[in-house]
Write a protein that binds this ligand. Structure first.
Ligand SMILES: CC(C)(COP(=O)(O)OP(=O)(O)OC[C@H]1O[C@@H](n2cnc3c(N)ncnc32)[C@H](O)[C@@H]1OP(=O)(O)O)[C@@H](O)C(=O)NCCC(=O)NCCS
Length: 137
């Protein structure tokens, strides 16, 4: 069953402006080390940050919270499988919220997909609950 969906469109030029203005303060507040490492070693550094920004916004919508004051952005983090497919990890408040919205006997799976085409970066997040197979005996 689907527990939540979220989407976001981020303006890459706006993210570029924020990076220029706030530098490491913005980077370290919003992005994990894995996210920063991926963005900084790419030619399209800003586009990579913008996709991950969109993913965090989309995830907060799928979690039903939106981005409230005081929440940690780094508790919603994107990494990539070897195939390039993005995956979303949640920790802290986001993991707690995910647990609260997951019905008993189910596990939650977060699906995320990203794309960008300057000046836009887009993310969709779908949260699925799958029944956990009953233990035999
Ligand atoms: C996946 C692919 C279609 C992306 O197309 P694109 O036009 O270059 O880029 P888009 O902006 O639309 O999408 C990029 C995002 O797609 C996602 N993506 C990449 N590979 C993916 C895959 N195998 N499955 C699902 N999503 C994937 C990533 O999130 C990526 O953004 P990120 O690297 O910043 O996380 C293209 O890279 C492709 O065909 N790759 C397959 C071949 C390949 O390069 N494999 C290398 C690893 S074996």
């Amino acid at each position: 069953m689907i527990l939540g969906v979220g989407t976001d469109l981020a303006n890459i030029d706006r993210i570029a402006g924020t990076l220029e203005r706030f530098g490491d303060r913005f980077r370290n507040r919003v992005f994990t080390e894995i996210e920063q490492a991926k963005a900084e070693r790419r030619l399209d550094t800003v586009g990579t940050y913008a996709k991950r920004w969109a993913a965090k916004e989309a995830c907060s919508k799928a979690l039903g919270t939106g981005l409230r004051m005081g929440i940690s952005w780094k508790d919603m983090a994107v990494s990539n499988l070897r195939t390039g497919q993005p995956i979303m990890h949640v920790t802290g408040w986001a993991a707690q919220r995910l647990q609260e919205m997951t019905p008993e006997g189910h596990e939650a799976i977060i699906h995320v997909t990203l794309t960008d085409d300057h000046p836009w970066a887009q993310a969709f997040v779908v949260i699925e609950a799958r029944p956990i197979a009953a233990m035999p005996g």
